[in-house]
Design a protein around this ligand. Structure first.
Ligand code: AHR
Length: 522
């Protein structure tokens, strides 16, 4: 019964899709375009479920192959992703984390109850050294999320000193614990969700608290902190307004959290069991981030017209029901081709907002919410979302290339709408153009024609991600169902310009239903 209903609804929601044809004009001669900050491809690692313990850290004595306690399969997968920035230790966990419990000989570290996430007992064996050494191994910038909710300004100040000072009491302690040189720590979050799990504060009160904590977080030994204040959830524009007004001149970044939760009434729906209706609701909900980013940007522009303060979307991604049989507090969910569509649509949107949006961190890197990799004891799979991040990697630090697109609309049953095609383009340091396209339609392949303002295309190649079913995922011990393949369908064609003897150079291709492609165009 449910299936028949959803198929009928899908016919309704998809009526707005046009004839399966999309024209994109790439404005490759546009000047003064922003660089897409690599940091919008950032990740988030929280002490939540099996993200840190088992997912990243198994300890040096584990039977799971590891390098100094970090599991080798996950380490390799994450290295290949070239993660620009990694946030830690939370999330809600951060505001109950006392960093001093996670340093010194591991056998002496006290145990903690992870009050936010399933009351799991953790042994603190993954602490400051383990995290910052991981960042060095991955070549990623650490983003430390400081405890403001239950910690003190002194505790945060000493943590910064411990990590970054050359000398002094905290530096001596660090040296005693085996690390001579300070680490480089640029990003410091001053509280997380301070309006909720991070202290239940009003925006006005938090603004003052922020200033107090930020004041004592000092720059040592040439290390320059980039201080990020706790920002709003979703469309709480009043929070952004109040913090910008009261503390805007004291912060480098202001955060924002936006999750893709498709269901009504707190029913998030299953990560793997869904029909077209839930699929389109998920996508239109995710695409709404465009308006959310634009509105927070407009408020920040009013207080900071020079755009000195960065907007930092330090939590985003899909949030579905926990997989059956798993601890409800551990937020473990599978990851399907639907998640890949969500990732592609978000990244295409983020590229448009980099005038203000300077960082984004998808939640969470391993085993929690929209993860890059999932583990089951010694087994590991790469998720469809992982593949999108890897396919989009050429956009990191590339120059944004604007493009306009003629496409239709999708209307979902929850009353939202979105473009029925998603696109973005950038040019890398070698002058190579990359165009990423996503066709969200479940039922139709789309013929795409790409035209260029200036460029004479000589070659085009690409990588495609699609699956036989939208709910396909990569499962443990089975051949992967969602994995990228070489895309050979793009062709260079020469077309007559209407009313002129001149010809224009185009690329044409057919993008299969519910698929993502990144083209390399020279
Ligand atoms: O990502 C899970 C949780 O979502 C984070 O800990 C918190 O910041 C947010 O509410």
């Amino acid at each position: 019964m449910k299936k028949t209903l959803t198929i009928f609804l899908s016919a309704l929601v998809a009526t707005a899709t046009a004839q399966g044809q999309v024209s994109i004009q790439v404005h490759d001669d546009a000047e003064n375009q922003p660089v897409i900050p690599a940091a919008i491809y950032g990740q988030f690692s929280e002490h939540l479920g099996r993200c840190i313990y088992e997912g990243i850290w198994v300890g040096p004595d584990s039977k799971i192959p590891n390098k100094d306690g970090y599991r080798t399969d996950v380490l390799k997968a994450l290295k290949d992703l070239k993660i620009p920035v990694l946030r830690w230790p939370g999330g809600c966990f951060a505001d109950e984390y006392h960093w001093m419990d996670g340093i010194g000989p591991r056998e002496n570290r006290p145990k903690l109850v992870n009050n936010n996430w399933g009351s799991t007992i953790e042994d603190n064996s993954f602490g400051t050294h383990e995290f910052l050494n991981l960042c060095e191994m991955l070549g990623t910038q650490p983003y430390i999320s400081g405890n403001v909710g239950s910690g003190t300004p002194e505790e945060l100040a000493k943590w910064v000193e411990y990590m970054t000072a050359e000398e002094g009491t905290m530096a001596e302690l660090r040296k005693k614990n085996g690390r001579e040189k300070p680490w480089t720590v640029k990003y410091l979050g001053v509280g997380n969700e301070s309006w909720g799990c991070g202290g239940d504060m009003t925006a006005q009160y938090y603004s003052d608290v922020y200033k107090r904590y930020a004041l004592y977080a000092r720059n040592y030994a040439g290390n320059r902190l980039f201080k990020i204040a706790c920002g709003a959830s979703e469309d709480d524009y009043e929070w952004t307004k109040t913090v910008m007004k009261n503390a805007g001149n004291r912060l480098d970044g202001l955060s924002l959290h936006y999750y893709t939760v498709p269901g009504w009434d707190c029913n998030k729906g299953s990560a793997t069991q869904f029909g077209p209706e839930e699929y389109y609701n998920t996508l239109t909900r995710t695409a709404a981030v465009d308006e959310i980013l634009a509105k927070h940007t407009a408020i920040m522009d009013a207080y900071d017209p020079d755009r000195r303060v960065a907007l930092v979307l330090d939590e985003w991604g899909t949030w579905f029901e926990v997989e059956p049989g798993f601890n409800p507090g551990h937020l473990y969910q599978q990851n399907t081709m639907r998640d890949a569509m969500v990732a592609a649509i978000n990244l295409n949107i983020f590229h448009k907002h980099t005038g203000r949006l300077k960082m984004a961190n998808i939640a969470q890197v391993v085993n929690v919410l929209q993860a890059m990799v999932l583990t089951d004891k010694e087994k590991m799979v790469l998720t469809p979302t992982y593949h999108v991040f890897r396919m989009y990697a050429p956009h990191m630090d590339a120059t944004y290339v604007p493009a306009s697109c003629r496409c239709g609309k999708i209307h979902s049953s929850d009353g939202r709408e979105m473009d029925d095609f998603s696109w973005s383009a950038s040019r890398d340091a070698k002058g190579v153009l990359h165009v990423s396209l996503a066709n969200p339609r479940l039922e139709k392949d789309v013929t795409v024609e790409l035209s260029f303002d200036k460029m004479k295309v000589k070659s085009v190649s690409g990588e495609l991600l699609r699956a036989d079913r939208i709910d396909a995922y990569n499962d443990f011990g089975k051949a992967p169902e969602v994995t990228p393949v070489q895309f050979k369908d793009a062709k260079i064609v020469s077309k007559e310009l209407p009313g002129s003897s001149k010809k224009k150079n185009c690329v044409t291709l057919t993008l299969p239903a519910a698929s993502v492609v990144t083209l390399e165009i020279k």
